[in-house]
Design a protein around this ligand. Structure first.
Ligand code: 5AD
Ligand code: SF4
Length: 483
């Protein structure tokens, strides 16, 4: 750290878990250089935005935040402002044009350079653009090389809770769904070697992490050739399953076509695996799926869903849907609603279609569903999903669930009272199939398994109280315990 700045770092992260992990790694590297985090942007000499391009709204949010910083450099000549991640890779020079006070634009494949580029900006007022090749700018190997997976230093303070950590097992995406920018912003699909992942999980377990979530844009497409044999996600789960200290394993996000039987069986047979699968359908209509170039029909999705149910009757499944995609008729929308009724997803993330520059849909298809119709369809789908989630949660009332305790609930954290006086606080945890449970308990329970009796629910949450008897993970409970 040079003495010309106060070492205070402000970072704002938008987007997916992959971005949360990237921010953790960037902060880990900067902390090593003497930086410390601040929540107050006004006192920071280093301001970073880790950005998302999946929908236009996420980009607007960042450009507005940058706009608000326009004059802050006048009073802070040493301030360095950096734009990192997907929007940096997608917009490149455009970021400087729209926000000339930005010092550095750093893509998803160049995050390792952030500390060096901050120094260059501060000491020499050098402006830098560090991005990967566009997908058509070189051979597959050249483009892949320009997107480096960045997985060095970890920073516990940036994790969802001290006991939960993300581990990247692959980067990029080769599916090229017509609406999606990710294949451009995160580059070609590349899986990390199993031994590196195992090592990282062991390091995290030594730091007290209990729950690891493996990340990939299409995490179940993970594959590495090793000694002439294909090493898949099911093999990887088996490899890391017995790492001491880890109590739970999860993975997101799955691609329907790659949901193979070996993976379902591994999830069923490995007791630490969360029986929760996020497998986005995007639409319930074949014509839409074709236009989206998803590579499956709704019959294929149903077949896959049936295999999940027959392998693990108690597993929960969640989905993503896009409403108002190009040419979506009311009939097509009804088919998406039918799929939600049929599959009874635990929850669905619902998005209004947002045309993205650089995608095939933006180039070739007309964004012809009016905003008001998108909004109505969004609301209708959300209401249906909420009704189903509430009904399925209500079935848990009167039962006991075994949960991994995460820590004080969001409302407790906001109140700034995490049981400092030793009394019980509202805690959250999750069941094996990822249902959120809130209950009162001692904050010291965070990171341990416990049993909660469910008394009430909302569409998103089970509400209960702790059962005094403590049980060990994997032991047979005395009372009927549901996942
Ligand atoms: N518009 C709306 N939603 C999108 N998604 C991806 N691209 C777009 C887009 N252009 C949604 C998909 C994906 C989730 C992460 O974001 O549903 O699964
Ligand atoms: Fe985007 Fe499709 Fe890849 Fe998911 S699978 S990241 S939606 S291109």
């Amino acid at each position: 750290m040079t003495p010309s700045h106060n070492g205070k770092l402000f970072i704002e992260t938008v987007g997916c878990q992959m971005n949360m992990l990237d921010s953790e790694l960037v902060v880990g590297a900067l902390r090593k250089d003497g930086y410390s985090l601040t929540d107050d942007i006004r006192e920071a000499d280093t301001v970073l935005f880790n950005t998302c391009s999946v929908r236009e709204h996420a980009e607007h949010k960042i450009y507005s935040a940058l706009g608000r910083l326009k004059y802050s450099k006048l009073s802070r000549p040493n301030q360095v402002i950096g734009v990192l991640g997907c929007m940096a890779q997608k917009d490149q020079e455009l970021v400087f044009q729209r926000a000339p006070h930005v010092d550095m634009v750093v893509g998803t494949g160049q995050l390792a350079e952030v500390p060096k580029l901050i120094d260059a900006a501060r000491e020499r007022r050098e402006r830098s653009l560090a991005v990967s090749l566009d997908r058509k700018e070189g051979s597959r190997a050249e483009v892949s090389d320009s997107f480096q997976s960045y997985d060095p230093l970890r920073e516990p303070e940036m994790r969802p809770t001290p006991h939960q950590a993300f581990v990247r097992i692959m980067i990029g995406c080769d599916k090229f769904c017509t609406y999606c920018v990710v294949p451009m912003t995160r580059g070609p699909e590349q899986s990390r070697p199993p031994k590196d992942i195992l090592h990282e999980v062991k390091v995290l377990a030594d730091q007290g992490v209990k729950e690891v979530t493996l990340l990939g844009q299409t995490v179940n497409s993970y594959k590495v050739k090793q000694d002439g044999k294909l090493f898949r996600l099911s093999d990887l789960l088996e490899l890391i399953h017995d790492v001491e200290g880890i109590l739970r394993l999860k993975f997101v996000t799955n691609f329907p076509k790659d949901m193979t039987d070996d993976l379902l069986q591994a999830v069923r047979d490995l007791p630490k695996c969360s029986q929760y699968l996020h497998v986005p359908a995007q639409s319930g209509c074949n014509e839409m799926l074709k236009r989206m170039k998803r590579g499956y029909t709704i019959e294929d999705y149903r077949e896959m869903f049936g295999r999940i149910r027959s392998t693990m009757p108690g597993a929960s499944v969640s989905s993503d849907f896009i409403v108002g995609f190009c040419g979506e008729t009311d009939e097509a929308h009804q088919k998406s609603l039918d799929l939600i009724r049929e599959c009874r997803f635990k929850n669905s993330f619902i998005f209004k279609y947002s045309p993205r520059p650089g995608t095939k849909a933006n180039e070739l298809l007309l964004d012809d569903v009016p905003e008001e119709v998108k909004r109505q369809r969004n609301q209708e789908m959300l209401a249906l999903q909420n009704q189903i989630s509430a009904e399925d949660n209500a079935a848990f009332i009167g039962r006991q669930v075994e949960i991994l305790v995460e820590g004080p609930s969001k409302s407790e954290v906001k109140r700034g009272d995490s049981g400092a006086v030793g009394g019980p606080v509202q805690l959250t945890g999750r069941t094996l199939c990822d249902r959120i449970v809130v209950f009162d308990g001692n904050p010291r329970l965070a990171g341990s398994m416990t049993t909660v009796s469910v008394e009430d629910c909302t569409p998103t949450t089970l509400i209960g109280s702790i059962v005094t008897q403590q049980i060990q993970h994997g032991s047979s409970p005395l009372l009927p315990i549901l996942a």
